[in-house]
Design a protein around this ligand. Structure first.
Ligand code: HDL
Ligand code: ZN
Length: 436
């Protein structure tokens, strides 16, 4: 065991080695909290888009809470969706917060956000919270939330097939978007790769000479899709290409998605030297009545990732999988391929118990070469709770790992911890994105 030295007060004095476990957790927690975050996957938008969701009603209407309220609510899904957004928020507040204790992760998130913004959580007064928000502009809230959450930048999810977003990128507003260094773009490919039947019609409408029925010999179609991808990569100055994939995803296969990945996405990523982010394991619209809350998880085929990493060693893959059962295989696979960077405890895995389990396993098998979390925030203020909750778990698991090496007599310095925290919360992402 390491010698039990009483350390001097104040962590600043720890400019030498940390030898006492009782101080360790505090120092690690403070450093993790003080480390500015690069949030590498969110659904937030830079304010000029006019698409950024914000405020207490949007927090209450987060689709995670909609699936939870429908488990208690006397209303049918049709009756719920027929209500105004404000009435939906009232109903969720009444049922999930006043009629039942809000200790689910998504409910607790709303409370953490209120507390971090300095509102009176004890009051349980939705109207008072609404008043507080109404007196603040969106730009002021962006500054406040990024500062309080200690998030230096976020990566958006940018879909060129989404008309509301596409029109903004094609307007003069896009310049203002590119100038806000807190918001980076990621080019999202779900319509292209998961719905070729419809998206090829859009491509034709936009002037790309593509065919409906794809075969591996359709050179013209592939070159046109590549032109589309290059143009949008440049327009967005996107950091990576991304796609969410069903739990049934296999690669290689004979389907259109596989052909587009092989002949378009992979070569475009290699040429542009950007990673491809694969988010695998979604069963979309298992219950369509729940709308965005109706998507589910399915166990997936890790071999698809293995084939991609081996077949394309010049490409880099950011991968997260939605099923808890896939996590160990994916983590071990990352030991096989340096061009694979595992990231995040995604969606249904973003609960403290599962984040702890997955992060501990990853730290034990991958050391510091992992991106432990992204927020997936859809509403601005969620950055506050998602990162507060994530930092608590990451700091706790880090302390556990540090203590184990301290116990061997390994000296640990605060600069070591600062370096590791910066890697885990920002630098691992940037090094992987910018690798030349
Ligand atoms: O496909 C995705 O990027 C997912 O994150 C979905 O948007 C999902 O609805 C979500 O918000 N998960 O947190
Ligand atoms: Zn997402």
């Amino acid at each position: 065991m390491s010698e039990k030295l009483t350390l001097t007060a104040g962590w600043e004095d720890l400019s030498h080695y940390i030898k006492n476990s009782t101080e360790l957790a505090d120092v690690v927690s403070r450093i993790v909290n003080d480390t500015a975050i690069t949030d590498m996957h969110t659904h937030l938008y830079a304010p000029p888009f006019g698409l950024l969701l914000q405020g207490i009603d949007e927090q209450l209407r987060y689709h995670y809470l909609i699936s939870e309220v429908m488990r208690h609510s006397p209303l049918s899904s049709e009756e719920f969706w027929a209500m105004s957004n404000r009435k939906q928020a009232d109903h969720i507040w009444q049922v999930l917060f006043l009629e039942h204790s809000p200790y689910s992760e998504a409910c607790r998130g709303v409370l953490t956000t209120l507390e971090q913004l300095g509102l009176d959580v004890k009051a349980r007064n939705l109207e008072r919270y609404r008043e507080w928000y109404s007196s603040r502009s969106q730009d002021a809230m962006v500054d406040l939330v990024f500062h309080k959450a200690n998030v230096k930048e976020v990566v958006m999810t940018n879909d060129p097939f989404d008309e509301a977003e596409r029109s903004v990128w094609l307007s003069d507003t896009s310049e203002a978007i590119r100038q806000d260094e807190r918001f980076h773009a990621a080019l999202r490919l779900d319509p292209l790769l998961n719905d070729w039947a419809h998206s090829h019609q859009n491509l034709l409408k936009w002037g790309y000479d593509v065919k409906a029925n794809l075969t591996e010999y359709d050179r013209r179609t592939f070159s046109e899709v590549n032109r589309f991808l290059r143009e949008w990569l440049e327009r967005m100055n996107a950091l990576y290409l991304s796609v969410s994939l069903p739990s049934t995803f296999t690669y290689p296969s004979e389907d259109e998605r596989s052909l587009l990945i092989t002949h378009c996405v992979i070569p475009t990523c290699a040429e542009a030297n950007v990673p491809l982010a694969l988010m695998i394991g979604v069963k979309r619209q298992v219950n369509p009545k729940l709308g965005p809350a109706g998507d589910m998880v399915g166990r997936s085929d890790v071999e698809a990732v293995e084939h991609l990493c081996r077949a394309f060693p010049r490409n880099r893959f950011l991968v997260t999988m939605l099923s808890r059962e896939n996590q160990h295989e994916l983590t071990v696979l990352a030991r096989m391929f340096p061009n694979l960077m595992v990231f995040g405890a995604w969606w249904f895995l973003n609960t403290p118990s599962l984040v702890e389990e997955i992060t501990q396993m990853r730290f034990e098998l991958l050391g510091t070469s992992v991106i432990p979390q992204h927020s997936d925030a859809r509403i601005l203020e969620q950055l506050l709770y998602k990162w507060s909750h994530a930092r608590q778990v990451i700091a706790s698991v880090l302390s556990t790992q540090y203590q184990k090496i301290l116990d061997t007599g390994w000296p640990l310095d605060t600069q070591d911890i600062e370096r590791d925290a910066a890697d885990l919360l920002s630098n691992n992402f940037w090094r992987f994105v910018k690798k030349n």
